[in-house]
Ligand binder design. Structure first.
Ligand SMILES: *Cc1c(COP(=O)(O)O)cnc(C)c1O
Length: 346
């Protein structure tokens, strides 16, 4: 069991901070008349404040993911926990985080907004962790290391043993962003939460669950971290309509599983078709719902596709991604169109 000294990690001014106490926090249960929150009394379906603790969603997620509700924080997209983790643990101008390019862009953006120093350690030639190199970059001021597995934009899962060895050697917090875990063969690291107090897992309803529009991100971690995030979040961070939609979708697991299978099948179709094109040099193995495709000329192909009304992501400026485009797996029809257009690129 890896323990952490929480008091060494939390920003000093947040120790013992009292959260905003919302009207509904003081009263638990069902009442006949609610005159405590200065709401408008005329019922239009939206006139009441939503549950600040999103209990119904957390109960559903607790069953689906087999973890306690005390280990679940819900944010307005994953963006919110990414930002809150930095605000909770990193002293601006003093502390630093480690990120591992090529990776998701939001860690860097959030760190910059919060004036937190960023240390970059490149992934190795297989887009996997170079643990000794990461360990050499750690300083006493390193609070968070952001890993992304399966990694965006490369699509591979990071080696589990390497993640574990980092969890063992690092006395700060390791954030593993599992936005794409539902498309992966390997299971989530969730089972390790009880072994490692310094493990924080991010998941989202934006990808496999098909709910990008409602902005619902999950942060799964030990209860002390979850408590702290709950104290510093804005009180009603998940809107009522969004909570409702999440509850509806989370109650239909079969629907989600069907969509995941369809996307995985289309992923295989796209790989086969892309590999047969002369302008494609490599399609990197993917555990996600997108493919990183190494082409003969990413900028030119990207411009061509854009003119044809097909938008992919040009990742050729990212470390280790020269001439690479990132293509999301779409519907069968969408994938056929992108292949057909690529065939007509000359
Ligand atoms: C898409 C994505 C997310 C999801 O972000 P939301 O704010 O939850 O929509 C998180 N992490 C990575 C690496 C992603 O690619």
């Amino acid at each position: 069991m890896k323990k952490i000294l929480f008091s060494n990690l939390i920003r000093p001014h947040l120790v013992g901070i009292a959260p905003y106490s919302s009207a509904r926090d003081d009263f638990k249960g069902d009442a006949q008349v609610y005159l405590d929150a200065n709401e408008n009394p005329f019922d239009n379906g939206f006139n009441r404040y939503p549950d600040p603790h999103q209990k119904e969603i957390k109960n559903l997620l607790s069953g689906i993911k087999n973890i306690s509700v005390d280990n679940i924080f819900l944010g307005n997209g994953s963006d919110e926990p990414i930002d809150l983790l930095m605000r909770a643990f990193c002293e601006p101008g003093l502390d630093n985080i480690i990120i591992l390019p090529p990776t998701y862009g939001m860690y860097k953006v959030s760190a910059r907004i919060n004036n937190i120093q960023i240390k970059e350690v490149l992934l190795d030639e297989n887009f996997d962790l170079d643990v000794p190199k990461i360990e050499r970059a750690i300083t006493p001021k390193t609070k968070l290391i952001f890993l992304c597995s399966p990694n965006n934009p490369t699509g591979n899962s990071l080696n589990r043993q390497k993640i574990k060895s980092l969890l063992n050697s690092f006395d700060g917090l390791v954030v593993v962003d599992e936005a794409y875990i539902d498309f992966a063969d390997e299971p989530s690291l969730l089972a390790l939460l009880s072994e490692y107090e310094n493990l924080i897992i991010l998941q989202t309803l934006s990808k496999a669950w098909g709910l990008a529009s409602i902005r619902l991100g999950l942060c799964l971690a030990n209860a002390e971290i979850i408590n702290l995030l709950n104290k510093i979040k804005s009180p009603y961070n998940i809107s009522g309509p969004n909570q409702k939609q999440a509850i509806k979708e989370l109650s239909n697991i079969e629907g989600v599983e069907g969509k995941i299978e369809a996307i995985k099948k289309q992923r295989e179709y796209l790989i086969g078709e892309l590999m047969s094109l002369s302008i494609v040099e490599n399609v990197f193995p993917s555990q996600a719902n997108f493919l990183l495709v190494k082409t003969t000329n990413a900028d030119s192909i990207y411009d061509y596709l854009t003119k044809q009304g097909i938008i992919v992501r040009n990742r050729s400026k990212e470390a280790g991604c020269h001439n690479c485009l990132r293509v999301t797996v779409g519907t069968e029809d969408e994938n056929k169109i992108v292949i057909q257009k690529l065939k007509s690129y000359a």
